[in-house]
Design a binder for this molecule. Structure first.
Ligand code: ADP
Ligand code: MG
Ligand code: ZN
Length: 479
């Protein structure tokens, strides 16, 4: 029997507001525990929440970018449960009437476009953080840090439209790109500003009915999302093949052992006893505000992609890679503004630069080579100071040290040999050391020409100007 996975993601994004969602405490990350707290975000009796307008505006931005309908009237609800990181005993979220619904994002996979439906986007507050002393086996003490309590989040719930772990990762990447372009979330998965719970079920291929789903929590990288889903799909198929039934439950991804583990039975919405929060008035959003936000939206990835193709004349493939993050797109544009050969710049970024970054698992923000420095390197190739081949070596040095290309070229004597007399001498030396080959060449074995060039390049440590070598060598072999 062939099976087909059905996947839906719940994604939490931490918003980049200066203050929390219902009080004026700063959202600053990494401060001393409990420094940024007040009676509201620590749930003191009598303290009342006041909605942060910026949170609503940021959510409208995402709703517009994902083609959602924005509700003229939405309501905050209490989601009741006990946990030590939740001082009020409930989380303020949205339930029946969320701010946005019925949108989609478009992903690209193997050159094909696909729409993934967005069920809803709602606003909510984050919980605090528990810090445990000792090991998991022998916890000595547990502390609670409320700095994160009431930091604003949006939850983006997808339709069960995703059909493979790869698609899930692509969808999540697209969401991150949008959030970053909109400047409403930094998208840092390791630090938890972007988190993903993956719901997955399997069904016989061709079947219309959904199977029983499990929900995998704790996915903090694209790789983990893919691996956890791969594992979970295999596990569910094995369960079904052995004649048993998949249990609807919440599971945890154990990245160290590459397994999902059962965490708890699935809670249902009614378990939380949702009800409208009596401390907050319903939220009304008028059309004028939405239009104002729409007008102020920055250029989105699709628009930038199209603009790169038309403005710079680069292939769509290049444009898609260069606009993957706003930072990379800016880097590209800055470099082209100084060295105006768009395709050359694109080639260098896509091959040399992204290769180094990928190997070191770094972002463009971490790179020591500024756009100015990359442009200066490309100028050295263009004016013949160094060959393209040497430039690649220089690039690696620049990447490691942050030095200017010219400095490295001077320090290591890498400038191209373009002095005809000098080259002529080297070529004479090479040819006189290879009398047999020269003889054969003159008798008609012309493919030896490449071999001679190789020998000259070797003797000059790749510094010889290949065009000149070619010309001089031809003359000498004719004579
Ligand atoms: P809950 O909070 O109970 O997990 P939500 O409605 O917030 O419920 O999220 C449910 C998620 O699970 C959605 O992303 C949805 O697309 C997905 N989903 C629902 N049913 C299935 C299913 N049978 N298989 C896979 N995913 C599913
Ligand atoms: Mg869920
Ligand atoms: Zn506070």
């Amino acid at each position: 029997m062939e099976y087909e996975p059905v996947i839906g993601l719940e994604v939490h994004a931490q918003l980049l507001t200066k203050t929390k969602i219902f009080c004026g405490c700063p959202t600053t990350f990494g401060a001393e525990p409990n420094k940024y707290t007040c009676p509201v975000c620590t749930g003191m009796p009598g303290a009342l929440p006041v909605l942060n307008k910026q949170v609503v505006e940021f959510t409208i931005r995402m709703a517009l970018a994902t083609h959602c309908n924005i509700a003229p009237y939405s309501v905050f609800a209490r989601k009741n449960y006990f946990y030590p990181d939740l001082p009020k005993g409930y989380q303020i979220s949205q339930y029946e009437l969320p701010i946005a619904e019925h949108g989609y994002v478009e992903i690209q996979l193997n050159g094909k476009k696909k729409r993934i439906g967005i069920t809803r986007i709602h606003m909510e507050e984050d919980a605090g953080k528990l810090v445990h002393k000792g090991t998991i086996e022998t916890t000595e003490a547990s502390y609670v840090d409320f700095n994160r309590s009431s930091v604003p989040l949006i939850e983006i719930v997808s339709e069960p439209d995703i059909r493979s772990p790869k698609e899930a990762a692509e969808y999540l990447k697209e969401l991150r790109t949008l959030l970053q372009y909109l400047e409403i979330c930094d998208g840092n998965m390791e630090e938890g500003s972007l988190r993903c719970d993956a719901n997955v079920s399997v069904r016989p291929k061709g079947s219309k009915k959904f199977g029983t789903r499990t929900e995998v929590k704790n996915l903090n990288s694209f790789r983990n999302v893919e691996h956890a889903l791969d594992y979970e799909i295999k596990r569910q198929i094995e369960v079904i093949e052995s004649g048993e039934e998949v249990v609807q439950e919440t599971r945890l991804w154990d990245a160290n052992n590459g397994k999902t583990l059962s965490m708890r039975g699935k809670e249902e919405a009614h378990d939380y006893r949702y009800f409208p929060d009596p401390d907050l008035v319903p939220l009304k959003i008028d059309k004028e505000w939405i239009e104002e936000v729409r007008k102020s939206l920055p250029e989105l990835p699709d628009q930038k992609r199209e603009r790169f193709v038309s403005q710079y004349g680069i292939p769509e493939y290049d444009a898609a890679i260069l606009t993957a993050t706003k930072a990379l797109a800016n880097y590209y544009e800055k470099t082209v503004a100084i060295f105006n050969e768009p395709k050359t710049v694109s080639n260098w970024i896509m091959s040399e630069l992204l290769r180094e970054l990928k190997r070191d698992d770094k972002d463009i923000e971490d790179i020591l080579i500024t756009p100015e420095k990359l442009a200066a390197l490309l100028k050295l190739i263009k004016d013949g100071t160094i060959s393209g081949k040497i430039a690649k070596e220089v690039f690696v040095q620049m990447y490691e040290t942050g030095k200017e290309a010219r400095e490295i070229v001077e320090e290591r004597g890498l400038a191209q040999l373009s002095n005809e007399d000098e080259l002529s001498n080297v070529i004479d030396e090479v040819l006189s050391s290879l009398p047999k080959e020269v003889e054969e060449y003159k008798k008609g074995k012309e493919k030896l020409f490449g071999f001679f060039i190789g020998q000259v390049m070797k003797r000059t440590k790749n510094r010889a100007n290949p065009k000149l070598v070619n010309e001089i060598l031809k003359k000498k072999l004719k004579g």
